[in-house]
Design a protein around this ligand. Structure first.
Ligand SMILES: O=C(O)CCC(=O)C(=O)O
Length: 338
């Protein structure tokens, strides 16, 4: 099925609102093959051999949990499995009676390089053509994530700008490509975005903590939030817990300028790195799986990947390039690398 938004108008719409919803970007069969492939990867994952890490978007817990874990930092160019906090024991490991698939929050962050199925989609010409059409000149792809939002278990993702986590200088250049693999609604935790918010600056960055890495204080968190725009946090930027009245159908969210982006399987939400967006918990018994890519401009555009970002490749590796001129992907393809 061809995208509903006609060529030519979607760049304008993207620049105006900061996001796009492209209907039928991939076929239902492609969605099913990604879901099937993920089940195979999860089948091959032994949570007892690996040390899974609970994943959260609560900013305090993020510095406390991800901020202590080498498993998170080491996931940059590997395939690592992260579980919902509610399914973890006090050490962050999978509870003994918990089934592994239902516990998963996400798998990341190197699927686009390491796994043949996710790599094929990430390298496809429909991705590079879209990105080029939206104005990226030297796009490189630092990360991919498969997010589960499991029925009745999948938690909320609090409001954030992606450029806080994938920061570039001298200007932020992040772009998110959020592919729905299931129908996503307000009941099972679809995305919500605040139109026009991409015209506001990046308010904070999630970075490697110099106290930990430079001053060798191993008791300090590895990762911390730093404010870039002190004192200008908008009243709606809830961190941690959504305030009362913001559960579905979420009139409170709409009053704060957010709108729900309900999707069919195969639809793509394109998200500017500065757009405020979030998703609520999955309160239904329906799955809501997605595959997401995040790209930035590369060095040929005079853009530098911040050396303080959490995600760093080993020195001998480069981010894969989506540019038609420079298209270069590392040769490596393995099922799971831990
Ligand atoms: O998939 C979700 O629920 C939220 C994902 C998101 O906000 C992100 O990856 O930036």
């Amino acid at each position: 099925m061809a995208p509903e938004v006609s060529l030519g108008s979607r760049r304008d719409e993207f620049q105006d609102r900061g996001f796009l919803l492209l209907k039928g970007f991939v076929s239902k069969d492609e969605c099913e093959s990604m879901k099937k492939r993920m089940k195979e990867l999860v089948d091959g994952w032994d949570p007892q051999l690996e040390t899974p890490a609970a994943f959260t978007t609560d900013s305090k817990q993020q510095t406390e949990m991800q901020g202590k874990s080498d498993y998170f930092l080491d996931s940059a160019d590997r395939i690592h499995f992260f579980i919902e906090k509610s399914t973890a024991d006090k050490d962050g490991k999978l509870k003994a009676d918990q089934k592994k698939f239902e516990a998963l929050n996400k798998v990341g962050h190197g699927l686009h390089v390491l796994d043949p199925v996710f790599r094929d989609y990430s390298q496809s010409s429909k991705i590079s053509e879209l990105v080029e059409e939206l104005g990226w000149k030297d796009p490189v792809l630092p990360q991919s994530m498969y997010i589960f939002k499991q029925p009745l278990v999948g938690g909320e993702v609090t409001s954030h700008q992606d450029s806080s986590f994938l920061y570039t200088t001298p200007r932020p250049t992040c772009l998110g490509l959020w592919l729905a693999l299931d129908k996503a609604t307000t009941e099972n935790g679809c995305l919500w975005a605040r139109p026009g918010s991409h015209k506001e600056p990046v308010r904070r960055v999630f970075v490697r903590n110099p106290e930990h890495f430079d001053n060798d204080n191993k008791n300090a968190p590895q990762l911390v939030f730093e404010a870039l725009d002190e004192g200008k946090d908008p009243a709606w930027q809830w961190e941690g817990k959504m305030p009362e009245g913001h559960e579905p159908p979420s009139q409170g969210l709409m009053d704060s300028g957010f709108c729900p982006l309900e999707c069919e399987a195969g639809d793509l939400v394109v998200i500017h790195g500065q757009v405020d967006h979030l998703s609520l918990a999955n309160t239904s018994n329906k799955p809501r799986e997605t595959f997401q890519l995040h790209l930035v401009e590369g060095p040929a555009e005079g853009i530098t990947w911040s050396p303080r970002n959490w995600l760093q490749y080993p020195l001998d590796k480069k981010f894969p390039s989506l540019s038609k001129k420079r298209k270069a992907w590392p040769d490596v393809q393995v099922a799971i690398s831990v």
